[in-house]
Design a protein around this ligand. Structure first.
Ligand code: ADP
Length: 384
């Protein structure tokens, strides 16, 4: 980060597995235009994430990259009773004392669900080409009609999964969820494959074949479809079902195949539960977010196929480019209503946002890339 960069307005979402950061970085010259008594500052929203278990890395990042660039005279790690930042997620409670002690930062806590919904609404209304569908290997951006956005179902796949029916700005209800989420995939994946990280598990799954372990309809029906009830021979009848009768031990399976079956099982299940909840409330649009997805085509395809299959094409699964930063963005946008001093002691509104992407088409994103961290959003903010 260059030393002339001006950073302000940090927001954190501290989850069970990952800490997500969003902060505003003003353009190099820090140009401010005055308009109706407000200063308009141009810059971009930047993103970063850290594993919650490595929280010290996050503290260091904030100390060296953000506090030093925030224009705040900050005593060396000593408590500073006026330095508030927006924070959401369970860790906003769990780690409040740690941030105060190590960085002198006080958390202005925002509700987790409220932040998630705020983040999605902000993205859908402000950032062009944010939402897209993924089906049959085709990614397509979705035009969002601001007058016809609600209601929709938000499915946030983090460590666990929350399903939220959204009816408007600040109008939402958590209608369901499941504990079989990204944490289950990573936890079981580590136990079963001995991999060390999420990226490694994804990489394994990329090279695996789920048919080695999953019991397919064709395995039961001698290779044919069960067409009378609409099941093809390749449909999964039982995830991991082949392990019952294969006479093999875990070591006899390739970790790649295990990872693939696991990813398929979790994604399928979430897609199906999401569809059932959409059906309960007559919702046709389902947005999927959370860091479990990581822009991975196989995951998105599995979820999309599950939604398409069960809804007979009636409901649509959509994904978000900034999928992992929904809560942090929601907390960030809540600076609008703030009453405390933040890093720059100003109120602000995020005025307009332009997605900074290279060309109109999606890039192919390799499995191990830090997809979201590089996707800044150009925007300007009003300082009042
Ligand atoms: P939470 O707020 O519960 O931490 P997130 O939306 O941050 O939820 O998603 C966490 C999930 O994202 C993990 O359970 C895992 O499945 C997945 N994930 C993606 N990238 C990583 C990573 N680098 N390290 C650990 N988990 C990751």
């Amino acid at each position: 980060m260059d030393s002339t960069q001006k950073i302000s307005h940090l927001a954190l979402d501290i989850g069970g597995t990952l800490i997500k950061l969003v902060y505003f970085s003003a353009n190099g010259d820090y140009s401010e235009e005055s308009r109706n008594g407000c200063s308009v500052v141009h810059g971009k929203l930047c993103f970063a994430k850290f594993e919650t278990r490595k929280i010290d890395d996050c503290l260091e990042f904030i100390r060296f990259n953000i506090l030093h660039h925030s224009g705040v005279q900050h005593p060396n790690g000593a408590a500073h009773d006026k330095l508030y930042v927006k924070a959401t997620g369970g860790g906003a409670f769990k780690f409040a004392d740690l941030f105060k002690e190590k960085l002198g930062i006080l958390f202005d806590k925002e509700d987790e669900m409220h932040s998630l919904v705020g983040g999605v609404n902000f993205l859908l209304k402000t950032v062009p080409r944010e939402a897209f569908t993924y089906l049959d290997g085709q990614k397509e951006f979705v035009e969002i009609d601001h007058n016809d956005l609600y209601p929709y179902l938000l499915v946030n796949i983090g460590s666990g999964v929350s399903m939220i029916k959204v009816d408007g700005d600040g109008k939402y209800e958590r209608i369901s969820g499941t504990s079989l989420g990204g944490g289950t995939f990573l936890g079981l994946g580590k136990l079963l494959t001995k991999c060390k990280s999420f990226d490694e598990l994804l990489e394994l799954s990329h090279h695996g074949n789920n048919r080695v372990i999953d019991m397919l309809v064709g395995d039961i029906y001698g290779g044919t479809d069960y067409s009378k009830i609409g099941l093809s021979s390749t449909a999964i009848a039982s995830s991991f079902g082949k392990a019952i009768s294969d006479g093999k031990e875990l070591e006899d399976y390739q970790p790649e195949d295990v990872a693939r079956s696991l990813l398929r099982m979790i994604s399928n299940n979430i897609g199906q539960i999401a569809y059932l909840n959409a059906l309960r409330f007559g919702l046709k649009r389902i947005f999927f977010g959370g860091f479990f997805i990581r822009g991975l085509e196989y995951t998105m395809d599995t979820i999309s196929v599950a939604v398409h299959f069960w809804s007979r094409g009636e409901a649509k699964a959509m994904f978000l480019r900034h999928e992992g930063f929904l809560g942090a963005l929601g907390a960030f946008t809540s600076y609008n209503n703030q009453s405390h001093n933040d890093l720059k002691s100003h109120h602000h509104t995020v005025q307009r946002a332009i997605l900074n992407c290279s060309g109109d088409n999606f890039r192919h994103i390799p499995v191990t890339s830090n997809l979201n961290d590089s996707e800044t959003i150009e925007c300007s903010i009003n300082l009042v």
